[in-house]
Structure formats: structure tokens, C-alpha cells
Ligand binder design. Sequence first.
Ligand SMILES: [Zn+2]
Length: 294
Amino acid sequence: MGIVDCHVHLFPDAAAADPTGWAAARGENRWARMVAPRPDGRNVQGWAGVDRMLRDMDAAGIERAVLQGWYWERPATCAEHNHSMAAAIGAHADRLSAVATFHPAGGDSALNSLRRVRDMGFVGLGELCPEAQGYPHDEPVFEQALVLAGDWGWPVTLHVTEPAGCDYPGRVETPLMTIIELVRTHPDVRFVLAHWGGLLPFFEMNAAVARSLANACYDTAASPLIYGPRIAGAVAAAIGTDRIFFGSDYPILPRGEAEPTFEPFLKVIRDGGLSQGETEAILGANARRLYRLP
Ligand SMILES: [Zn+2]
């Protein structure tokens, strides 16, 4: 069984070609701050179109990638990104799946677009971040999207920031208590809390928190940019490996890399001190089950 990466970003070609101009034309200021070239040259965001992504997947032995949307601040940008991801999965159905992005300010038209992309083969919702997109967790249209996700068996990926960490351009606070409450109050939805859930798995040591998070899973996206090499073993020791899903956050650049690559992200899991069965679960088997992938 090949590897599944359940957290990659394939931005529209026009966005990758001119991130600053593209974002300015759409009012996507937060994303622009996050991906802008850094004055010290140590850029965090790398860029890859679909052809490069597929080549890099081949080189790393990744059989399938799940394209995540982005937590855009405008409904129109969500629609544009969903459109470009639909084209990519249409052309490469054997290698790529996608989850849809969404902004509740789009109202009924945003909800209808979820119905449309579902017919095109999309398998979930994400990567959303209400705090960054500017709506509360109980926003009524967001609530309707969560009901659809529950009805359709669509996992919902949320961006989660570690509460104790370093500042960086575009950092957004995602208070863990509010994430716990969102998950607890939507027991029919499978949530995938990105970036090891901002270390939320360790709070599952508290039995009440564990009960609230019974329908939460965690992905490993951007791990080497945030956490040390012991993270995989430590989280597995805390919650087991059934709810951990390999995600890279490709084409983000781990420290020291000038070009996008999957290898440093895979290394976190492979060198995590886990058994072969646990490693295989995280690297593919869990994601195949969650997203019902071929
Ligand atoms: Zn994220």
C-alpha cells in the first residue's frame, strides 16, 4: 500500500505566479503576509504546480495526496480555489483527491457549491480556520455546512495553532477550548485538527477532554517547522495511532530546504520509534478509511 498525504496545498496557478498581486486583487491579506518572501531570504512558503507535485510524490513514494483548500477570507476566493482543485483532481483522479474550502459569507451559493463539488468527487471540507476567516464558530451558515459534512461523511479539517509557540507572519490564535467545544457539540462530524491539533492530543490525558474529542483526529502537517523529532512517538503514546493521519503541508519549506520536498515530513513519522503497523496506519491506512479513498 502506497503512502497517502492528506494535507497538501495546490494553489491556483495565477496565485503561485504572483502571490502578492493575486492576493491584493482579492483582499487576501492574511495569506499574502504568510506567503510573502521574507527579507532574510528564509522563506517558509514554497511553490509547486500540479506537475511538480506529482513528480515529487513519485520520488517520495506517495501514491495519493488530498488537496486541502485554504482558509480564505473571501467567498469568491474559495470558489476560485475549489474550481482549480476540481480541474486537478479531474485530470489526475488516480493520484489526487480534494477537500473543499468554504466561507459562510457566501451564503446559499457557498452551500450549493459544496453540493456541486461533492458531485465532482470532493471528499471533505478544509482547511478551514474560522478565526482567520473572520466568523464565529456558531455562525449559522457554517453550522449548515457542518450539518452537510456530517450527513455526507465528510471529514472537516481545521487549522489549529499551538497555543505556546513562536510568532510568525500570519499566525492566528485558535484557542483550544473553543476547538474542543466545536468538536464536542458536533458529534456527527469527523474533525481533522491540523498540525497535531496544536498539541491538543496531550490534553486528552484529561478524561473529560478525551470524551469531548472522541470524534477528533489529528494530522501531522508542517511538523518539522513547528515541533521537534519526538512529536510522533509522544502523541502516539498519548492517544494511540488510529486517529493520526500523515499530512505534509507541501509545498511549505522545512528549515534549510530551498525547494519543496516531501522527505522531511515523512522522516518525522518513519523515525518516530513506532512499530511497522503503526507507521503504516499513519502513512496511509487511516486516511484511506477516513476519506474512503480508492
Ligand atoms: Zn494549517
